[in-house]
Design a protein around this ligand. Structure first.
Ligand code: GUN
Length: 301
């Protein structure tokens, strides 16, 4: 991890960009080996509905990352007025398609679509986002299979920095189904003492002051002030917010928090690249599961 020269900044950077590059190069090697052994190329289907600008950028990054490591991608860009029935039909078609090993439905969806019902339709063994209730349930039971990518990426960052979560006070701010909740389950699995804060939480600064490990996923730029941070804490900022002047910032006051934390993830270049690296990793995990689910194989019968 990168040492920082600025004397005001005591925190070391959780350099997601560097770690993600390392993971991608390991995955590339593994795909080359598969190819040499005559095994099928991994395939990821991405469904993007509507024209949310941030989603367009995220999907572009995902598709580019697939190409870089040798995963075949199938991008389905659909208009914002696509109906629920057409999306369900597309998901069912992708579930049955043998060249598609992973399916990703980019969120958020345009108003009027029932995302929950659509996510439940994705075959759990192709659910590379780990959002299907079966996969979330397995994580909750402490028996993870395909794990949500952002929380998995955060755990990788902790691991890389040599942080042992056992017995630490961990605070997750934001209780979304795709980040906050699975993040809390990941930290619990790592034997941290976990608190989840959300919109109704009282006295957030007091909770932050006690946290050895802090994960912030609220979408509110600069919500967490530097002076709230416990000295020596590990801070992971999941927020990616575009300000009016075009700058990308996280949910944490980076400059202030850097003067107190031991480790901090930057925005951009922290958690974001790890989410994509873990998506690629999940796609490779899914290809092995696809074999087990193919009609005619022992596991399918
Ligand atoms: N929107 C924001 N993050 C994610 C993610 O990790 N997966 C999907 N499918 N949509 C998202």
């Amino acid at each position: 991890m990168t040492e920082v020269a600025n004397p005001l900044q005591v925190a070391r950077l959780l350099d997601g960009r560097a770690l993600a590059a390392q993971i991608r190069s390991e995955l590339t090697a593994s795909i080359c080996q598969r190819q040499a052994a005559g095994l099928p190329q991994p395939g990821l289907a991405v469904i993007l509905v509507g024209d949310d600008p941030a989603s367009q950028v995220y999907v572009q990054h995902k598709i580019r990352a697939c190409a870089e490591i040798g995963v075949q991608s199938f991008c389905h860009r659909l208009p914002a007025d696509t109906c629920q029935a057409d999306l369900l039909a597309l998901i069912r078609q992708l579930n049955a398609d043998a060249v598609v090993h992973g399916i990703l439905l980019q969120l958020p969806l345009p108003a009027g679509l029932d995302g929950r019902a659509l996510l439940q339709e994705i075959a759990p063994h192709k659910d590379v986002d780990g959002f299907h209730p079966q996969n979330l349930g397995l994580l909750a039971a402490g028996l993870p299979d395909l794990r949500p990518c952002t929380p998995k990426g955060c755990m990788r960052l902790l691991d890389y920095a040599g942080v042992d979560c056992r017995g630490q006070q961990a605070l997750v701010i934001g209780a979304s189904a795709i980040v906050g909740r699975p993040m809390a389950l990941e930290l619990l699995r790592a034997e941290a003492t976990v608190t989840i804060a959300h919109k109704a939480t009282r006295d957030l600064p007091a909770l932050v002051a006690q946290a050895d490990i802090l994960v912030v996923a609220t979408g509110v730029p600069g919500l967490i002030k530097g002076e709230w941070i416990k000295p020596g804490a590990v801070v992971m900022d999941v927020g990616i917010n575009r300000l009016a002047d075009g700058r990308l910032v996280g949910d944490v006051d980076f400059a202030g928090a850097s003067q107190r934390a031991a480790w901090i993830s930057p925005v951009p270049g922290g958690v974001g690249p790890m989410t994509i690296a873990c998506l690629l990793e999940n796609t490779l995990q899914a290809i092995d599961q696809a074999v087990a689910h193919r009609p005619g194989t022992a596991a399918h019968r």
